[in-house]
Design a protein around this ligand. Structure first.
Ligand code: ZN
Length: 242
């Protein structure tokens, strides 16, 4: 009796069997999954090649679906871990500062090399705009760094740069600006008459006014005399060449 009861609902036709199996799988999803897992673990070594083959085939057949799925998953992950990713990127940049800078430099150089002509043309075309941008940038920098600039202006380096730039704008030609600056800084007496300078303005850079070549550091009086002699000499030479 029991025997018959138990099997009374047994599927008989193919369709019934299929349906029954489907229902069974549906009902025992978790259990089957677990069983499957255990089986896979147990036979991992044995079925490695088979699994590989299967995975490959599965991938080939479901390429688009997998790709789409991965995209979706990545997007979700990024959305979920925004802060973490940001933090990680920040740390990475911090850690690899030098490397990234080198890479950037390399990339910029390549780009410039590739677009040399184009860049030149662009710069030529936008000359005024670039100049204006520079001016604005400088102005902003000065406004934002008043204290820093004030401090810098007090440094020896700044005084030196200003002095040398002054010589350059006046057309003075000097072989070695560093050596000449030191010479100027340490000069307490006129190099020509030996007298002590009367004031700061009394210390002058004596130079050839035609060629701009620097000759000596001297007092105002010596400088004037030499200039007069130079002038006389020039006039005499002019007369002689007539
Ligand atoms: Zn002198």
């Amino acid at each position: 009796m029991l025997f018959t009861l138990k099997y009374i609902n047994m599927p008989l036709t193919k369709e019934e069997k299929k349906l029954y199996q489907k229902q069974y799988r549906e009902k025992n999803k978790e259990k089957l999954r677990e069983k499957n897992k255990v089986y896979r673990e147990k036979n991992r070594e044995k079925n490695q090649d088979k699994m590989k083959e299967y995975n490959k085939r599965y991938y080939q057949n479901n390429k688009e679906k997998i790709k789409e799925n991965n995209k979706e998953k990545k997007k979700e992950y990024r959305e979920k871990n925004k802060e973490r990713i940001k933090e990680y990127q920040k740390q990475y940049r911090e850690k690899n500062k030098e490397k990234l800078r080198e890479k950037d430099k390399e990339r910029n150089k390549e780009w410039r090399e590739k677009n040399k002509e184009r860049s030149k043309e662009w710069r030529e075309k936008n000359k005024e705009r670039i100049r204006e941008y520079g001016r604005q940038h400088q102005k902003k920098y000065r406004e934002n760094n008043i204290e820093k600039i004030k401090d810098y202006n007090q440094t020896e380096q700044c005084k030196k740069n200003n002095r040398i730039n002054g010589w350059k704008t006046r057309g003075l030609k000097v072989d070695d600006y560093n050596i000449t600056y030191d010479r100027w800084l340490n000069s307490k007496n006129c190099e020509l008459c030996g007298k002590e300078y009367k004031s700061r303005k009394d210390k002058q850079m004596e130079h050839n006014h035609t060629t701009g070549h620097f000759r000596s550091i001297c007092c105002c009086s010596c400088n004037r005399k030499i200039r007069y002699t130079d002038e006389r000499f020039r006039k005499v030479m002019e007369e002689l060449n007539k």
